[in-house]
Write a new protein. Structure first.
Length: 107
């Protein structure tokens, strides 16, 4: 039975790379796979399809800094992590053309 599997990740190596072997194994087993992440990391997961969505890592980090003054790449406090994953990334991602349009059905 072929299953469609979507792997979703923030566009950061430490979040994305652990998913790559899982995606490759699923694809080798005959499943249809894709990644939902920012297109800037497509070369990392190639040849898997990338459904580009959300902001770049740099844009998300900059937005956290703008909102809080914190450097989310070094400040792992609960407030900063929550702002990165539950605030800035969500808000920036909601402005993504793919997420604001339901027209894509490629996968």
């Amino acid at each position: 039975m072929r299953t469609r599997i979507l792997f979703s990740s923030t566009p950061a190596h430490g979040h994305l790379l652990p998913l790559v072997p899982l995606e490759r194994a699923a694809r080798r087993a005959g499943h249809v796979t894709a990644f939902l992440t920012h297109g800037s990391v497509a070369d990392i997961v190639a040849p898997a399809e990338v459904l580009s969505a959300g902001a770049t890592l740099g844009a998300a980090l900059a937005e956290v800094h703008r909102r809080t003054g914190a450097d989310a790449s070094t400040d792992m406090s609960l407030a900063t992590v929550a702002e990165f994953f539950g605030g800035a990334r969500i808000d920036l991602g909601a402005r993504s053309p793919r997420l604001s349009s339901r027209s894509s059905t490629r996968m």
